[in-house]
Design a protein around this ligand. Structure first.
Ligand code: PMP
Length: 286
C-alpha cells in the first residue's frame, strides 16, 4: 500500500481523509503539479514549484504551511514508496470552513489542503508510445480563459481523452478559432522544413515546464524555433508533430484526424528531442 502525504502527515493511502466541504471537491478550487521521477530523482522540480507558486498567486489562494518543505516531502514519498520511475502528484486546495459557499473562506479560518501521492510507472523513460507515436483527434477548445493556471478543473480534458479513446486514438488537440491551443494534457508542436513551431505563451495555454525545457534544449543544438499560432490544417501538412508533458516527456504525433503526418512514423526531430530531454533532465535531476 502506498504512503501518501496529507497536511503534515505521512499516512497509508486508505487512512488519508479529506472533508466533504473541501473546495477542491465542491468547486474544483484547487491547483496541482505533476513532477516525474527518473532513477529515483525529481525532474524539473524547481520549475514545477515556481508554477505552483504562480497558480496560487493568480487565484489568491494561500500557500500551504509546508510550502518550503515541498522538496523534502517529494523526496520522502519517493523514498518510502521506492519509486524508481514514476510521478509525484501534488494538489493544493483552498480548504474549507465547514460549509458550502461561493465566497472564499477567510484564510485564517480555512487553511489550504495539501495532498501528495506517488504513482509508480516503470517504463516511463522507455515508453512504447514514443516509438509508435500518438494518433490524435482535434476538438473545439471550450475550456475557461485562464488555462495558464493549473487548476483541477479537468472534466473537459478528461471528456476529450475519452472521445479520443473511443475513436481509436491516443489523445486530442484543442482548437480555438481554427488554431491549435494545446493537447488535453500536453503542449502541441509541429515541425515544418526543419523549424519547430509551437504556440506562444499566453493565458490560452498552460505554460508547460517540459515545453520550456525542450525549447531550451532545441535552441542549444541550433534547431530553429518559432513561437506562434498554427492551424490544424498546417499541422496536418507538417513534416512532424509532437507533444510534451512532465509525465510523457516528448511523444511524436503520427496522425491527426486520420491524416498521416510525414511518413506516419515517429519523426527524427521529435525522437532526438526526446533523447536530449531525458539525457539532460537526468543530469539535472535532484
Ligand atoms: N497543457 C496542459 C493542458 C496540461 O494539462 C499539461 C500537463 N499538466 C501540459 C500542457 C504540459 O505541462 P508540463 O510540461 O508542465 O507537464
Amino acid at each position: 500500500m502506498r504512503t501518501v502525504y496529507l497536511n503534515g502527515e505521512y499516512l497509508p493511502e486508505t487512512e488519508a481523509k479529506i472533508s466533504i466541504f473541501d473546495r477542491a471537491f465542491l468547486m474544483a478550487d484547487g491547483v496541482y503539479e505533476v513532477t516525474s521521477v527518473l532513477g529515483g530523482k525529481l525532474i524539473d522540480f524547481e520549475g514545477h514549484i515556481r508554477r505552483l507558486e504562480r497558480s496560487l498567486l493568480e487565484l489568491g489562494m494561500p500557500k500551504p504551511d509546508a510550502f518550503d518543505e515541498l522538496l523534502d516531502i517529494h523526496r520522502e514519498l519517493v523514498s518510502i514508496n521506492r519509486i524508481d520511475e514514476g510521478l509525484v502528484y501534488l494538489q493544493v486546495s483552498r480548504g474549507n470552513d465547514g460549509d458550502r459557499d461561493f465566497l472564499y473562506p477567510d484564510p485564517e479560518a480555512a487553511r489550504p489542503t495539501l495532498v501528495l501521492f506517488t504513482q509508480s510507472k516503470p517504463g516511463l523513460s522507455d515508453n512504447p508510445a514514443a516509438r509508435r507515436g500518438f494518433k490524435i483527434i482535434s476538438t473545439e477548445d471550450v475550456r475557461w480563459g485562464r488555462r495558464d493556471i493549473k487548476t483541477t478543473q479537468l472534466l473537459y480534458p478528461s471528456m476529450c481523452k475519452m472521445m479520443a479513446k473511443n475513436a481509436g486514438c491516443d489523445d486530442a488537440w484543442f482548437i480555438e478559432d481554427g488554431f491549435v491551443t494545446e493537447g488535453t494534457s500536453n503542449n502541441a508542436f509541429i515541425v515544418k522544413d526543419g523549424r519547430i513551431v509551437t504556440r506562444l505563451l499566453s493565458n490560452e495555454i498552460l505554460h508547460g515546464i517540459t515545453r520550456a525545457a525542450v525549447l531550451r534544449f532545441a535552441k542549444e543544438v541550433q534547431m530553429q524555433v518559432d513561437e506562434r499560432k498554427f492551424t490544424i490544417e498546417e499541422a496536418k501538412n507538417a513534416d512532424e508533430a509532437f507533444v510534451t508533458s512532465a509525465s510523457t516527456f516528448v511523444i511524436p504525433v503520427v496522425e491527426i484526424d486520420g491524416a498521416m503526418i510525414g511518413d506516419g512514423k515517429s519523426g527524427p526531430i521529435a525522437t532526438r528531442l526526446r533523447e536530449i530531454y531525458i539525457e539532460e533532465s537526468l543530469k539535472a535531476a535532484i
